[in-house]
Design a protein around this ligand. Sequence first.
Ligand code: ZN
Length: 284
Amino acid sequence: MRFANISDRLKFVAASDAVIDIEQVSGGVFSTRIQDAYGRWDELLRFCDDLETADGPRLADIAPTEFRNPAPQPRQVFAIGLNYADHAAESNFNVPEEPPVFTKFATSLAGPYGTVTLPPGKVDWEVELVVVVGRPGYRIAAAEAWSHIAGISVGQDLSERVRQTVGPAAQFSMGKSFPGFGPIGPLLVTPDEFENPDDLELGCLINGEQMQKGKTSDMVFPVPELIARLSAITPLLPGDVLFTGTPAGVGIGRTPQRFLAPGDELVSYVRGVGEMRHVMVSDN
Ligand code: ZN
């Protein structure tokens, strides 16, 4: 099943691409807020079983400006560094034995289309698979992990590299949390839509030029392993967001290095989930 947050209203997207307003069609049983739905995810999926043949406006007719982040108010945001061997190598790190974890503060989250204001420094791209937690859990076994995931989306872990590495200890969370640095969307797709949710293609392009292209099956710590390791320490709550790391091809790993400039259009995709489009704009 597919869901979207359109004009701040929870929508179900049927197989026909018809877009259905959940609050209206449920007579108010479910609220307009997608974030509330994660706490009742199994109930929502059961309700939507009957909606696959319902009619509504077509997805392609919805203006991009109406699409919002499908996980807009998570209580916890986790992000993973160096989770693809080829990206660890281009970053001059060994493949980690423990996944490095940081956060993107909630004010950095944004929708799937629009502009990103470039702060001073060196702003880099990192396309990532994002998963959103449905069923909560503590000490979740890897074998059970996908059953705790409400859905999959596309994310960008935009990163200002000067701030990220300044000072005596790395500042990943700060360098990656400027406003607009955590776009997610446009759709949230349930894991059962995929033959193998652990093998999805993802990538990004700048002005039409492919910068990153990878497969989630190349993750050092696949999604179930990340869920097991994170929940071993921190209970996972409905609506929590996990950025799962980026494959090779970021700007800092290139020769010569390249960073985002005003006017650049960044397109980020996960095959079978969708694509986001953002245009970079100057800070002044
Ligand atoms: Zn990242």
